[in-house]
Each structure stands twice: as C-alpha cells, then as structure tokens.
Design a protein around this ligand. Structure first.
Ligand SMILES: [Zn+2]
Length: 282
C-alpha cells in the first residue's frame, strides 16, 4: 500500500460503523496470522501489519496472567528513566498480562516518586540503577563520579523501598557505548565487576527516544510499533537469544502501545523475565 493509499485509508470523518468493521477486519487478520504462525513457526513470515488507530485499539480480550513454558523464548523488558507519573500505569499493564520487568530508575526521580519506586518492588519487579542525575557530564566525569552517582541512587532507593536489591544492576545513561562514556567506560566496568554489580545494555528497543529514524511521517505510536516489530523480527529464527528490550516509561507513546506489545509477545511464545534471571547475571 503506498503512502497516499495509507493516507486515504485513515479513518478521517468516517462513520463509527465503518471504523468498527475495519477494527474487526484487523482483528480477524491478526488471528489468522497467529494461527498460521503457530502451525508453521519455523517459516520466515513477515511481521504482521498492525493498523494503528488513535488511541491504539486493543484487539480482543487481554490475555490472562500467562507465562509461556519454561522452554519458550525469553524476553527481559526494561523501562528506563523513571519513576515518573506514567509508571503506575505501566505496573498495572504488566500485572494484567502476567509480565515482570526491570526498571532502570534515576535516583533523583526515586526521591520525587518514592511510593512509585516502592510499588515497582512490591509488585515483584526489579529496581535497578540508572545513576542519580542521568546527566552525562556528571556521570562520566570519572569512574569515581559514576560511583558517587550510584551511591546516591542506593541511598534514594533504600529510603523509598526500605531495602536495596540483593545485587545492584546498572545501566549506563545513553548506553555503555555512548561517546560521552568513552574515556571512562573501561574503568567503570572494572569497578562494576569489583563491586559485584552487574550491568546491561539492550539488544532491542521501540526507539521511543530516537525519533530520527521516523522518516515517513508516522505517528509516534506507529513508529514505535514498527520499530518493535522490526526488532522482534531479528530474533524470529534465533529463539535461544535472550532479548533485552528497552522502553522508557517516561514516553507516553510506549505506555499506550504496551498492551498490544505484551499480547503480541505472549502470542509469539515469549515468557517475561527479570534481568536477575538472565544467563549473564552470573
Ligand atoms: Zn536513560
């Protein structure tokens, strides 16, 4: 379908009945696709086309709190840069789909939203460290500066949650390969290992912080959805690769499409794990 045809197909000024018929057709197409995919999972199928409406439609009933079999594909959902006003909604959506996630929180926001930080832990998710300020100049001034940030994060989490996770898990602001960390990256990693902490980047994302790739004028949610489908497609033929998926709970578009993504992951046979269950946790 060309861009013009897509535009023509947008439900602008059309009747509610037509919209309903369109939604039913999309639902039918999705069910048909998944039935086919189940029967022939080894075949390299293109990702299903998801038609987005605004707000995004949830196709069918949400799944019950389901975890796929232990032998299935594993995904490690991660939410960065919170806690924030969106985080309670993310926690509710995760609960609805029986999913757990790792939250790489910013210490200064833990101080601002202590109840939300405590709720992350209470609901069985993992709270992890994304420094205290998330400011590149401060975090990457030196390895000592990075660990001063980490210590400040620990104090904030201890205060909000009453305890710290058994093991501190860190994510570099901007990722470990960011140019801002280049001079101190190796020193920080050495120190992380010395302290017995863990650190993780990611190998899939919905690009909710990187809209530059959206060159076709898609809406945020359409673009995030397209990025999600592309990433998840990379692992279609490698079910043993653990997928660490990056979202930002600060991005409302990601929160909007989260139910659709969770349902899709369940349908693809994924089970949701915490990074403390990752093979590289050690
Ligand atoms: Zn971040």
């Amino acid at each position: 379908m060309s861009e013009n045809e897509k535009k023509d197909a947008q439900p602008q000024g059309i009747s509610p009945l037509f919209l309903m018929v369109m939604l039913l057709m999309v639902g039918y197409a999705a069910v048909a696709y998944y039935k086919h995919a189940d029967a022939n999972s080894a075949a390299a199928e293109p990702a299903p086309q998801v038609t987005m409406t605004t707000p995004p439609a949830i196709i069918g009933e949400p799944a019950p709190a389901t975890r796929n079999a232990e032998t299935g594909r594993q995904i490690y959902l991660t939410f960065d840069d919170g806690p924030c006003k969106n985080t309670p909604q993310v926690l509710d959506i995760l609960d609805r789909y029986g999913a757990k996630a790792t939250f790489f929180t910013v210490g200064s926001f833990v101080d601002l939203y202590p109840e939300t930080a405590a709720e992350i832990v209470k609901r069985g998710n993992l709270i992890a460290c994304h420094t205290y300020t998330h400011e590149f100049e401060k975090c990457y001034a030196s390895a000592d500066a990075f660990f001063a940030e980490t210590e400040k994060w620990k104090r904030a989490v201890q205060k909000a949650c009453g305890s710290l996770p058994e093991r501190i898990c860190v994510r570099f602001p901007g990722g470990s390969t960011t140019k801002y960390a280049a001079d101190v990256r190796e020193d920080i990693i050495q120190r992380i290992n010395y302290e017995g902490y863990r650190w993780f980047d990611w190998n899939a994302a919905d690009n909710d912080k990187w809209p530059k790739g959206n060159t076709k004028g898609l809406s945020d949610t359409e673009y995030f959805m397209q990025s999600y489908q592309e990433c998840i497609g990379w692992y279609q033929d490698t079910p043993d690769v653990p997928v660490v998926f990056l979202f930002h709970d600060t991005e409302e578009g990601s929160v909007q499409i989260l139910p659709i993504i969770l349902q899709d992951l369940i349908d693809r046979g994924y089970s949701f794990r915490l990074l403390s269950e990752h093979p590289d946790w050690g």
